[in-house]
Unconditional design. Structure first.
Lengths: 440, 440
């Protein structure tokens, strides 16, 4: 059988990795796929650079539309990044009857529903294993490996930059700004790190996983997103003393509030018991923990970014698409795990409705009755306490930190209690509130 | 579309789990698969018990051949266990043009090559996700998720019974026999635990993964198998002091000896650095660590046994088979990851040819020059030392343990050195030798 022809949009880090891995392992890949996979055309801004990667035998062009409109191309691999141009290119490729592989989580988080609908209508595949957790086959696991299950929750460390920063803050006791500079110097954080450190990248990935797990549309716009840029070193230390690690988690979970089902969809710093496997995922690594009714907990771990780990996922998709390119679309795995006419409309819950445990740090004047007042406010709100840590004031100091860990409760109750804390004369400044998940 | 009809062979723990999960989640499963999956017939030894599980609407029979010969049945699920009867049933089902799903690792380890050849010839699928690591989709990850990669090694905790025993021995400082009794009382070990504790079950699973990882036939008969029944509590303690945990690992790895490629295939107790994620997999849990050239290290973790975790994998296979039941066989994933005419014949290496690091415990008379003699023997053999731990003799004692950890070397060199150790007048009894893998 003739090799399947692939057109590459973008010859950056992942594009180069995809070309190199396809070249290096072409024999093993052909022996698996039963058919060669050949990059036949590349669109790149920098032609010289692209030619340096793919050599003289692959056509290199500036215009990405020349690739998606080329009738010789069977599969388009979109590795440009961003939203609007990729959207236009992917929709054009689909309209031209081509299959698409993309690593672009931002694109799918924003325009996934439109793109999957177009692909379904045209009978082509849009594959996106590389969009979440790099080379870890988590999309395949959720979408095909766990089809027996009612999935209850997905919780993931799905941004390597922030996990590297948090690991370094904990290891070295440094503050956020210092570690961010180090991460930028080492190439673990970008010059403009906003998308990573503010949790947006993680929320893109989480919105995709949530859709696959629960059979709902991709709803990035409904996600709650809180990053790590305001996290303080002392809270990492206190958490450690209480037996927890702080990770930036993306969490999506079924929840029933007053008998009504909803979906939690949230990214924020989270305390996790230090003994959990996922709490021990360090540096730039990714891990996703899935809880489901039949299988229980499963965890998937590996490199979430980088040239060849991401290329690994892109090529796995190319092999899948190559195998299924010509079969009846009904025989393929649905893009979002559930058949398109079988999706759910369970709503995403507002944050006031979610349930969690909480770490609260209150900076107080060291005077009689403060603890009694704080715990009375919690008791009156029906919030029960799991642990308390009161630091002795330093020498010559008259203020100190009180840390309270609550049992599971609702976010709106905690926010109301915090508002009362902050009205107490003995309480100084804002209360620090970090969510806590036992993940048991 | 009408539901696909499934015939169940065996209504034990996994059979009941499969029926129950299919019932409970039938709507979610149908919404994913695009077609209902219906258990239409069950063969079981105990008809009463089987009827108690599946109710009055499913035909229950004693004769499993009545299921595999029933023209109404599309997919046969083999959950009987053992070798010969399942082999006959599976081959008959294939000959009758039925797809097969099995959780039977012993069957595939012994007769897999014959079964897959027959299935290929007939154009039907034999799916076996449940045969390795229970509900963890490791077969799918290796076979489909990592197709871009040259896989370098697979190392797994793939037997929950032994991992439970080792976790308890370490936690409580108890000896093997005591913990085995506890495990039997708790249902974590069978009345005849031989297959588990002697590593045979792990070797079955490892032989299957090795085949998929490297594109070689299933070669359980070439596996080296060493269990945990002779492991002593003191070696677990010493390992801990040196920063290691002892796990029963199944390891399969590409290796080049004198320029010739071979495959290591071995199950044995193994020291692992305590900081590694896989070293922290405790109790009856399973985990598989895969090293591959593009993606690097990935790890897959979850419950490796039990009714519903195993059913989760059986049903995931049923969904896959349901989707692909009618497509051209060439469009399906090959049984052993590589196309049948593209398999390798890289040989499995004898143990003398493998490379590993080693933990050696030597029981010696506490006299001058013993350490010098031991280390001289290693130096002469070209074996370099990574760490040494010499315990002071207890009060009134004249003998003590010396523990030596070597760098990576070849097994035959270590065995020769051990033979020399045991000829030394100061050395008493046999030297304890446990392999050590850094898994970096």
């Amino acid at each position: 059988m003739k090799p399947i022809k692939v057109g590459l949009l973008g010859a950056g880090t992942v594009g180069a990795g995809t070309f190199n891995v396809l070249q290096r392992n072409q024999e093993d890949i052909r022996r698996r796929a039963g058919r060669g996979i050949e990059i036949a055309m590349v669109a790149a801004r920098n032609l010289e650079r692209a030619r340096g990667i793919v050599g003289p035998n692959v056509e290199v062009v500036n215009d990405p539309f020349a690739v998606v409109n080329n009738p010789e191309i069977d599969i388009v691999v979109e590795l440009i990044g961003g939203y609007e141009l990729p959207r236009e290119l992917v929709l054009r490729a689909i309209a031209n009857g081509k299959h698409v592989v993309t690593a672009n989580k931002a694109l799918l988080a924003q325009h996934g529903n439109e793109i999957f609908a177009a692909a379904h209508e045209k009978g082509v595949m849009v594959a996106f294993e590389a969009a979440v957790a790099g080379g870890v086959p988590i999309i395949k696991a959720l979408r095909e490996g766990l089809t027996a299950n009612r999935i209850e929750s997905v919780a993931g460390i799905i941004n390597g930059t922030t996990n590297f920063i948090l690991s370094e803050m904990r290891d070295k006791g440094l503050d956020f700004a210092t570690v961010l500079k180090e991460a930028q110097a080492l190439g673990y954080a970008e010059a403009d790190p906003t998308f990573d450190i503010e949790g947006v990248d993680a929320a893109h990935k989480l919105a995709i996983m949530s859709s696959i797990a629960f059979g709902i549309p991709v709803q990035f716009d409904k996600a709650y997103v809180e990053g790590i840029s305001t996290l303080q070193a002392q809270d990492i230390r206190y958490a450690e003393q209480l037996g927890y690690r702080i990770k930036l988690l993306g969490i999506t979970r079924r929840s029933v509030v007053d008998g009504v089902e909803g979906i939690e969809l949230r990214v924020h710093p989270t305390l996790i018991p230090a003994g959990r496997l996922i709490a021990n995922v360090e540096g730039a690594m990714n891990a996703v923990l899935v809880q489901a009714d039949a299988v229980g907990s499963t965890l998937y771990y590996g490199k979430g970014a980088g040239s060849e780990p991401t290329a690994s996922a892109v090529i796995a998709d190319l092999v899948d698409v190559t195998r299924l390119a010509t079969v009846d679309p009904y025989c393929r795995v649905p893009h979002l795990a559930f058949q398109p006419d079988e999706m759910n409309d369970v709503p995403v819950l507002p944050m006031s409705e979610i349930r969690s445990s909480y770490y609260l740090r209150v900076y107080v004047k060291d005077q009689l009755g403060v603890m009694a007042d704080l715990t009375r406010i919690l008791a009156d709100a029906g919030i029960s306490i799991d642990a308390v840590l009161q630091k002795e004031p330093g020498e010559l100091q008259t203020r100190t930190d009180i840390i309270i860990i609550t049992h599971q409760t609702s976010e709106k109750l905690v926010d109301a209690a915090i508002a009362k804390f902050e009205q107490m004369p003995a309480v100084e400044g804002k209360v620090v509130r970090i969510r806590l998940e036992s993940l048991s």
